[in-house]
Design a protein. Sequence first.
Length: 304
Amino acid sequence: MSSWLRHHWFALGSALVHVRRAPGSFLFNILVVAIALALPFMGVTLLDNVRPMSGHMGVEPELSVFIKADTPREQAAGLASSLRSITPQAKIIFKTREAALEELNAKNGLSDVVATLGENPLPDSYVIKLNAFQNAAEGARIDSIAEQMRALPGVESVQVDSAWVMRLAAILGVVRQALLLLAVTLGSVVVAVVFNTIRLQVMTQREEILVSKLIGASDSFIHRPFYYTGALLGLCAGGVALGGVALALQPLNRTIADLARLYASEFQLVPLDPLTTAALLALSASLGLVGALLSVQRHLSRLN
């Protein structure tokens, strides 16, 4: 074990020596890779901030059934049995027009508006709370229930009050898929940049590698410094990308704060938690290692 650790420590030192020989080139490559990583990292940050909101999607979608204004109260109340036959597991609440007016009058800032209406313009209605759902897949079922209720005699209209939940779930699903495709594409760019960087380094050290082989150096001994160089490049680029994303959150939060105040909210974007940050850094280093591995296997085999 001590010999193995000593070999890897020597390989890491050799990689750092090669980096110090051409710091400008290494920093430029870090910048290129960081730019490629910044966009998916920003996407992960945004999704991580939105996830608490999407986590509350397991709500009871509500249907509001409004009765025609000229429908007698007895007939309106009798619709409960028809609604129950359509949604046997749902919670059905009958709300009279008087109760609806009192609820509207109780809302802040609306009492003066209600006073100017004169007679009560609100109809009798039903509020139907369906079983909880977690995604947009049940949207077709809810739409079908709403259509059946619209066909009942005396029903003026049916409003799906939780349709926004299904839309938000569908949008988040599309964003996740797009982010995954983007991450795969830009991950390939990272591997390609590291591949080319290691290729140039191999060409620069060609004579040194040949001499090492002549004196009995193994392939593993020669390959390790290049692997560490690729991993260091990916790790440093990941750190720069995460730092850039954290800095970008500041101006974004100033803009979001203005929008959030309109909805009486204090929503703010926050940086990723330490565990996610460590995972992204490990992913960046792994991409750099993969690029170095492919480059070394391809170009050093020619020297053999």
